[in-house]
Write a protein that binds this ligand. Structure first.
Ligand SMILES: [Fe+2]
Length: 292
């Protein structure tokens, strides 16, 4: 395992909940500059693309110091709005730890930032993805409650051995969700808003499918972690997303869908509300390039 992989086998010494002090002073001037570069690029790109709630929330990141946000200051601001805090972790944490923090309104953020040669893509969630991508949505009261419900649902899913299904809900909403707003489709998923290329692709490219959100459908749908999505699911509102999540009894739903086949990434189902039928050209050209 390379020392660049932020995956740990055990919690940091003396920390049973896996959190570490952010130690804002440990970041170098170059690391703060990386944040500033990424921030400036995305902040310019997102008006007219990101959801209203996200753009409103972006204000919480405008803090007194330049560069990577100081979590203490950030949490203080967020706490006043929705009761959430941001806590630092060395890297990916186990699922039960992740859900426990989330159910208790603590968002875990990786305490490192990508190198300047990795501006466009990094598979591991760094502080830019975690904070720029996720934290603005935590300033929205409805979305903030949705994440709490998700954390509680995650704890139950673990005990029901159903994380495969619930994880897809996170993927297709929190990470790669789209919302229908009066002016058109907008992005709110952290995986999109923190990526310059996918911020364009998710809305403008004719390749991916855009399908109306349906909880059961989403939880049956496979996804890919290493490239642009070929499917985006579109919610009508955050209120509706929260409502469906808190009103659904997930245990019988897991039983039901575990008896059904998974839905392949670019496939359609008869009941789909198709918002745009993708050409899949991007996926085809990528496959052709790989097969060479
Ligand atoms: Fe994320």
């Amino acid at each position: 395992m390379s020392n660049e992989t932020h995956v740990l086998d055990s919690p940091p010494p003396g920390s049973s909940d896996w959190t570490v002090p952010q130690d804002w002073a440990h970041f170098t001037a170059e690391e703060h500059a990386t944040w500033d570069t990424l921030f400036a690029r995305q902040a310019k790109l997102l008006p007219g693309r990101a959801s209203e709630a996200y753009l409103r929330g972006l204000d919480v990141l405008k803090l007194s110091k330049p560069g990577i946000p100081d979590f203490e200051e950030l949490s203080e601001r967020l706490m006043k709005l929705t009761g959430w805090q941001v806590v630092a972790v060395p890297g990916l944490v186990p699922d039960d730890v992740f859900f426990d923090h989330m159910a208790n309104r603590r968002f875990v953020a990786g305490n490192f930032i990508r190198r300047p040669d990795q501006l466009d893509y990094l598979q591991e969630p760094d502080v830019f993805h975690d904070v720029f991508g996720h934290v603005p949505m935590l300033a929205d009261p409805v979305f903030a409650d949705y994440l709490v419900a998700y954390g509680q649902g995650g704890q139950r899913a673990l005990s029901l051995d159903a994380l495969k299904y619930l994880g897809r809900l996170y993927w297709y909403t929190v990470e790669f969700g789209l919302i229908a707003e009066p002016e058109g489709l907008r992005i709110y998923g952290a995986g999109i808003v923190s990526s310059a290329a996918e911020s364009r692709f998710a809305l403008d490219d004719p390749s991916p499918n855009r399908i109306g959100f349906d909880l059961r459908r989403v939880m049956r749908t496979e996804y890919r972690i290493d490239d642009f999505q070929q499917n985006y699911f579109v919610i009508p509102s955050f209120d509706e997303l929260l409502r469906v999540t808190v009103e659904t009894d997930f245990a019988p739903l897991y039983d039901e869908i575990s008896a059904l086949p998974d839905i392949a990434i670019a496939a359609f189902e008869p009941d789909d509300v198709v918002i745009s039928r993708g050409t899949q050209d991007y996926a085809k050209s990528r496959r052709a390039a790989i097969l060479g």
